[in-house]
Design a protein around this ligand. Structure first.
Ligand code: ASP
Length: 336
């Protein structure tokens, strides 16, 4: 009996994987987001043998140009695909600069019911040894693996598979740019198939989700800013952020989320006025534990736990959009 191929939705959004350069030796000077989705797919013929592919291009940009409206567009498409019986798995091709944020965003607002893999490339499509085609094939394999149905969005790069909270771009140019912030990838690729070190859905069950709080996605997201603790930091920036409508401020603190006294004072006043102040760290790994190095209870701060500043910002933004207050937001951070 003829078994129909599974349905795969491919959403191409731009980035280096769709980059085009003047010559094959060019790996840095290139035009990103220049190659349309059909050509990306043509470079990986094996995918069409394994799935009925529906290819779409919601936008084509370098991911440094993302606005939250792009995230909301993508989330709406993924949510629709989750309830489309013709789609069994989904792949998003994406610029690598903010891929981990997009994965993290989608993890918070989309149901975890079908496999979803994000991938990209560090070399443009025209380069010698372009990494895009193999990454795309690997991402399709993950998206076609039914064991990933409850795993949430997974980042697939350079034969490694990362959860959205752990995925971290840690090198500016190399093809092995992605690492797990704490520990190891959840799985690896071999001969085009994923091999799991952990049950893919298991870790997702421990992570919070806000999906059921967003029956409809919000049209806009509240403003949350990141502020870097630094020598001679101008504490007036806190008032400026508040005057611009910031409802949350995430501090990229030093060390264990430490903050200089004058800045702490300004942030304490912001927190007293109702702003959600989150302490994260600029350090590459490790957590900011509540009450360590700063008295969060006395200052009215939230501790970011294991999330880096840019993901702490996203969690705060979406939690505020869902109508949560400080204690509930702290409880979310504690789950990572
Ligand atoms: N600037 C590019 C982007 O994030 C880099 C890449 O895709 O690797 O879109």
């Amino acid at each position: 009996m003829h078994t129909p191929l599974p349905g795969l939705l491919l959403l191409a959004t731009g980035g280096t994987i769709a980059g085009e350069a003047a010559s094959p030796d060019r790996t840095q000077g290139y035009t990103p987001a220049a190659v349309p989705v059909e050509r990306l797919l043509d470079a990986v013929p094996g995918i069409r043998q394994r799935a009925q592919v529906r290819a779409e291009q919601p936008y084509a940009i370098g991911s440094q140009h993302l606005a939250s409206s792009h995230w909301l567009t993508l989330a709406a498409r993924i949510r629709a695909a989750q309830s489309d019986p013709a789609i069994d798995g989904m792949v998003i091709t994406h610029g690598t600069d903010t891929m981990e944020e997009t994965a993290f965003f989608l993890d918070l607002v989309c149901a975890r019911t079908k496999p979803l893999a994000l991938t990209g490339a560090m070399r443009p499509s025209t380069a010698l040894g372009a990494d895009g085609p193999m990454n795309l094939y690997a991402a399709a394999s993950v998206a076609l693996d039914r064991r990933c149905a409850q795993a949430g969005p997974l980042v697939v790069m350079n034969d490694q598979i990362f959860t959205p909270d752990q995925a971290c771009k840690a090198h500016t140019t190399r093809t092995d740019a992605f690492v797990a912030r704490e520990g190891m990838p959840i799985g690896v690729m071999a001969d085009g198939m994923p091999h799991w070190r952990q049950e893919p859905g298991g870790l997702a069950r421990m992570r919070p989700t806000l999906a059921e709080r967003f029956h409809d996605l919000p049209a806009h997201l509240p403003r949350v800013d990141i502020l870097a603790q630094q020598v001679d930091v101008d504490v007036g920036i806190v008032d400026w952020m508040l005057s611009r409508g910031a409802r949350g401020i995430v501090v990229a603190g030093t060390g264990h989320g430490s903050i200089a006294d004058p800045l702490q004072g300004a942030l304490q006043r912001a927190a007293a006025a109702g702003c959600i102040v989150v302490r994260a760290s600029r350090v590459a790994a490790g957590a900011v534990h509540r009450g360590a190095s700063v008295d969060d209870d006395a200052q009215g701060f939230v501790a970011a736990g294991f999330l880096p500043p840019h993901k702490a910002r996203l969690l705060t933004t979406l939690a505020l959009a869902a109508g949560l207050g400080r204690d509930a937001i702290q409880a979310l951070f504690a789950q990572y």
